[in-house]
Design a protein around this ligand. Structure first.
Ligand SMILES: NC(=O)c1ccc[n+]([C@@H]2O[C@H](COP(=O)([O-])OP(=O)(O)OC[C@H]3O[C@@H](n4cnc5c(N)ncnc54)[C@H](O)[C@@H]3O)[C@@H](O)[C@H]2O)c1
Ligand SMILES: O=C(O)C(=O)C[C@@H](O)[C@H](O)[C@H](O)COP(=O)(O)O
Ligand SMILES: [Zn+2]
Length: 360
């Protein structure tokens, strides 16, 4: 079974990837340090996989906390129900939380673990493509605020990430596509060879060819683990993982959380970042076109939502977490396969990009 490590010194942790991981207790139990375990999941995933996970934990005192499903519930109010469950069961500082679900469950369970009694341990068991290639790795946890995505959160690394590719069998097609957006992101920001592979293999991925999916998940996790190991708390290079997100988060916030999936918003946002990079002379129009083709083959949007204006974008983008001294910083492409984080771009070209994209 392929295994990777997120190299963070004494807080390093493994990423197990493969078919049947969720049947293998030996991958999970060594990362639980005491008897109390709380599985955090949601009402869609619980009937599918909760019992399977519980069957690995016969030697532990296990509770489950089942959240409502959806990005619209990724907020402080829902988080309270996690704390309610932990306190009602008298969980103490040695409890281990296990996040069983997609990125919404993972981000919330991780943030609950970061806060509960000032910090307890947690394990990620991601069940969507997006969470397997991105959100379960790297320790960004948190919830949304009505005025901005992921605005309340903490960096808190898991003890381990257990990826079972078998669970993707029940994932809806729209969610598969959303996950592929973040996969394409890795090719664009730091892995040109992988980008070429994606152009050649996108049809196989969309057809859920097992070998192709395992390869894409493994390569994405390896790319992300490398960036996170270099810059755990986004002091610099880690921000390249945010390609398309300044625009994408504005879309998610504007239309209402859950209306556009995160990966869909990131897809349209990556096209916007690529268009601006092209205007600035870094990449060619052909390369922007190729990106749009690749995203379309993954059934992803390449334009912002109808009716969203440049002013809508700019207002929300002003609170982006990368803003420094009131100046917007964007992730742009220096070339396909290499991203940079910069505030040194022509503001007029940003305005023109927004105008062009919003009037399509
Ligand atoms: N922390 C990070 O580094 C990071 C990275 C990327 C995205 N995110 C966050 O992740 C979230 C998006 O995550 P997501 O795309 O996984 O969405 P999600 O968690 O909402 O899951 C998508 C849908 O699929 C369902 N589902 C999950 N697994 C399933 C399975 N195996 N079979 C059937 N249905 C299943 C869920 O119940 C949900 O309805 C966003 O909030 C985003 O901000 C965080
Ligand atoms: O891990 C990171 O760093 C990322 O930026 C990964 C993104 O795909 C992810 O959506 C992340 O949650 C965005 O973080 P934010 O700091 O912009 O909220
Ligand atoms: Zn993302």
């Amino acid at each position: 079974m392929p295994e990777l490590t997120v190299d963070l010194g004494d807080r390093s942790y493994p990423i197990f990837i493969g078919s049947g991981t969720l049947s293998d207790a030996s991958k999970l139990t060594p990362y639980i340090r005491a008897k109390q375990v709380a599985i955090v999941t949601n009402e869609t995933i619980a009937p599918l996989y909760l019992n399977k996970l519980k069957s690995l934990l016969n030697d532990f005192d296990v509770i489950d906390i089942v959240l409502p499903d959806g990005e619209a519930f990724k907020n402080l109010q829902t988080l309270e129900t996690v704390f309610d469950g932990l306190l009602q069961a008298r969980h103490n500082r040695t409890t281990t939380l296990i996040a069983l679900g997609g990125g919404v469950v993972g981000d919330m369970a991780g943030f609950a673990a970061a806060c509960y009694q000032r910090g307890v341990e947690f394990i990620q068991v991601p069940t969507t493509v997006l969470s397997q290639v991105d959100s379960s790795v790297g320790g960004k946890t948190g919830v949304n605020h009505p005025l901005g995505k992921n605005m309340i959160g903490a960096f808190h690394q898991p003890n381990a990430v257990m990826i079972d590719t078998d669970v993707l069998g029940t994932l809806p097609d729209r969610e598969l596509s959303a996950g592929i957006a973040e996969v394409i992101k890795y090719g664009l920001i730091c892995d040109p060879e992988f980008y070429g592979w994606l152009q050649d293999n996108i049809a196989k991925l969309m057809a859920r060819d097992t070998d192709s999916l395992v390869y894409a998940i493994h390569r994405s996790c390896a790319d992300k683990a490398k960036v996170v190991a270099e810059d755990e708390k986004e002091a610099g290079i880690r921000a390249i993982l945010n390609l398309g997100h300044t625009f994408g988060h504005a879309i998610e916030t504007h239309v209402g959380y859950g209306e556009w999936l995160h990966g869909e918003a990131v897809a349209a946002g990556m096209v916007m970042a690529a268009k601006l990079s092209c205007r600035l002379g870094a990449i060619s129009e052909d390369q922007v076109e190729q990106l749009q083709q690749l995203l379309k083959q993954a059934n992803l949007p390449v334009l912002p939502p109808e009716g969203m204006t440049p002013e809508n974008f700019l207002e929300i983008m002003a609170v982006d977490k990368k803003v420094l001294d009131s100046r917007l910083r964007l992730v742009l492409l220096e070339q396909v396969g290499k991203a940079v984080v910069t505030s040194e771009f022509d503001r007029g070209e940003l305005d023109s990009t927004l105008l062009e994209m919003c009037s399509c």
